[in-house]
Ligand binder design. Structure first.
Ligand SMILES: NC(=O)c1ccc[n+]([C@@H]2O[C@H](COP(=O)([O-])OP(=O)(O)OC[C@H]3O[C@@H](n4cnc5c(N)ncnc54)[C@H](OP(=O)(O)O)[C@@H]3O)[C@@H](O)[C@H]2O)c1
Length: 245
């Protein structure tokens, strides 16, 4: 689909990658960009419309879908990462929040906007996934589970919405230079590069973006994951926890 002239809505658009998505859409000539944020007062971009939206609030999601009936491009960007292990975390709060936001929140948005996109010619959904959709890393284990669920959701809705003409784009990246990845010095891709690649995919009708070398390596290695992906993670984790009970 053409972004120029389209009406787009980006979730979690007040900062980080969401803000880069909104800027990219404005620069490509979107007729209107709705920047959805839990605190719409934090939306300061010129040329965008702030919308109050917590994607874990189904009633508000339904209201926003009614209010934004002109949307033809939905960017499900909002997400949380609590750096929580499966077995050492003090309780399930982080795992539940990640699943509630990354999986159920995105699912609510896709369900609410299905008829909106269909009424506007099909349009497109971009789901912001992760390299951890493909494998589990103990440093952000429950986040990975939520992103794997969101990847499954993305593949499922692509099939379900095909007859409505809705393009569904999965975007996978390793570390992106935003607050979410502030705890690591590992190489990071810029949010602008991710947003540009995702918008290129929307315009080209491409269903998947592997935004960096790590994502491309991991996806290509999935059939040999226990040889190529997990051994270095195991080594790293064992060194990190050696001596702890
Ligand atoms: N950074 C990375 O390394 C990386 C890598 C791969 C994928 N991703 C994915 O990229 C997306 C954007 O992340 P980011 O790097 O920009 O992280 P970020 O800087 O932490 O921003 C997260 C955004 O999501 C919003 N958000 C969180 N929970 C929400 C909710 N319930 N309802 C509405 N908005 C909510 C936040 O709003 P508040 O300001 O209100 O908290 C914020 O705008 C996420 O889906 C993330 O999983 C990030």
């Amino acid at each position: 689909m053409k972004i120029s002239g389209s009406v787009a809505l980006v979730t979690g658009a007040n900062r980080g990658l969401g803000r880069a998505y909104a800027r990219e859409l404005v620069s490509r000539g979107a007729a209107k960009v709705d920047e959805a944020a839990r605190d719409p007062g934090a939306v300061t971009e010129p040329g965008v419309t702030p919308i109050a939206l917590d994607i874990t609030d189904p009633a508000r999601v339904a209201q926003v879908a009614q209010q934004c009936a002109d949307v033809s491009l939905l960017v499900n960007n909002a997400g949380v990462m609590k750096a929580s292990t499966f077995t050492d975390a003090p309780n399930l709060d982080a795992a539940r929040l990640e699943m509630e936001t990354n999986y159920f929140g995105t699912l609510s948005m896709c369900r609410a906007f299905r008829p909106v996109l269909a009424a506007n010619g099909g349009g497109a959904i971009v789901n912001m996934l992760s390299v951890t959709s493909f494998y589990t890393n103990p440093f952000d284990a429950s986040y990975g589970a939520s992103k794997a669920a969101e990847w499954s959701l993305t593949n499922g809705i692509r099939t379900e919405l095909h007859h409505l003409g809705t393009l569904v784009v999965a975007v996978h990246a390793s570390f992106i230079d935003t607050a979410m990845a502030a705890m690591t010095d590992a190489p990071k891709i810029s949010p602008e590069s991710v947003a540009q690649q995702a918008c290129d995919a929307v315009e080209a009708g491409q269903i998947e973006v592997l935004a960096d070398d790590r994502s491309r390596f991991v996806k290509a290695s999935l059939s040999r994951d226990h040889e190529l992906i997990y051994p270095p993670i195991q080594q790293f984790w064992d060194a990190a926890v050696s001596g702890t009970p």
